[in-house]
Write a protein that binds this ligand. Structure first.
Ligand code: 13P
Length: 248
C-alpha cells in the first residue's frame, strides 16, 4: 500500500509572514485523521523558519531545486547537505519551469537526484510533455526519455524517490489531463520502474500535478496509479490545499 502524498509548490511566492501564517493554517487543518502525507516546498530563504513553524505538526518542508554539487565555488547555489542541515525533507527536481527557464538538462537533473538521495532528502522528480508534444501524440515518447534518463543511472535508488507527472500544458492554465489520460501515463511510468525492480516499482509514489483543485482532486486521486498531487496555485490557499489533502 502506498500512502498518498500531497506536496505544495509555492514557487517564488511568500514572505516571512505568509510562511508562518499559511503553514499554521494548513497544519491546523490537517488533523491526525488525515490519511495522506503532506509536504510544502517553499523558497529556500524561508525553510529554516518553516521547519521551526511545523516542528510539532504532521507537515514537512521541502525545497524546489538543489545543486548537483556537494560544496565549493558555485556562487549562488545551495547543496543538498545544507538543506538537510536545516531539516528540509524533500526537494523538487526537474520541474518544467527549471527545465525550460534555466535549461536544466536530464544529465544535471540526475546528478541532483543523486545529491539529494546521498543527503537523505527525498527527490520529487518531475516529468511532463509540452503542449506541442501532447497535441502531436508524443507524450509517451517524451515521458519515456525523461524517466529512463533517471532510471538508467544505476546509482539512483528507488527506495527514496517520488515521481511527479506534470503535463506542461496543464500547469497554471486551468487545464488538466482527464483522470483516464493521467492514469495511463502514471501506469506507463510504473511499468518503466518495473524494468528496474518489480517489487520496488509498486512502492514508488507517482503524484500528478497541473491545475489540481478541490473540485478535480478526488477523481484524479481515485485512479489506481495516481498516489497524490503536486499542487501549485491552490497550495497558496489554505482552505483549498487542506481540501485537496483530505481528498487524497
Ligand atoms: P498549478 O497547480 O498552479 O497548475 O501548478 C502545478 C505545478 O507546477 C506544481 O509543481
Amino acid at each position: 500500500m502506498r500512502q498518498p502524498l500531497v506536496v505544495g509548490n509555492w514557487k517564488m511566492n511568500g514572505s516571512r509572514k505568509l510562511t508562518v501564517d499559511l503553514l499554521d493554517s494548513i497544519s491546523n487543518g490537517i488533523d491526525a485523521k488525515i490519511a495522506s502525507e503532506v509536504a510544502v516546498c517553499i523558497p529556500n530563504v524561508f525553510i529554516s523558519l518553516a521547519t521551526e513553524t511545523v516542528r510539532s505538526t504532521n507537515l514537512t518542508i521541502g525545497a524546489q531545486t538543489v545543486s548537483e554539487f556537494e560544496a565549493g565555488a558555485y556562487t549562488g547555489e545551495i547543496s543538498a547537505s545544507m538543506l538537510e542541515d536545516i531539516d528540509c525533507r524533500w526537494v523538487i527536481i526537474g520541474h518544467s519551469e527549471r527545465r525550460a527557464l534555466y535549461n536544466e538538462t536530464n544529465e544535471a537533473l540526475v546528478l541532483k537526484v543523486l545529491a539529494a538521495q546521498q543527503s537523505g532528502i527525498t527527490p520529487i522528480f518531475c516529468v511532463g510533455e509540452s503542449e506541442t508534444d501532447y497535441k502531436e501524440g508524443r507524450t509517451f515518447k517524451v515521458i519515456e526519455s525523461q524517466v529512463t534518463a533517471l532510471l538508467n543511472n544505476a546509482m539512483v535508488s528507488l527506495d527514496n524517490l517520488v515521481l511527479a507527472y506534470e503535463p506542461v500544458w496543464a500547469i497554471g492554465t486551468g487545464l488538466t489531463a482527464t483522470p483516464e489520460e493521467a492514469q495511463e501515463v502514471h501506469a506507463f511510468i510504473r511499468n518503466l520502474l518495473r524494468e528496474r525492480s518489480v517489487e520496488l516499482a509498486d512502492e514508488v509514489r507517482i503524484i500528478y500535478g497541473g491545475s489540481v483543485k478541490p473540485t478535480n482532486a478526488e477523481e484524479l486521486f481515485d485512479q489506481q496509479d495516481i498516489d497524490g498531487g503536486l499542487i501549485g496555485g491552490a497550495s497558496l490557499d489554505a482552505n483549498a490545499f487542506i481540501s485537496i489533502c483530505q481528498k487524497a
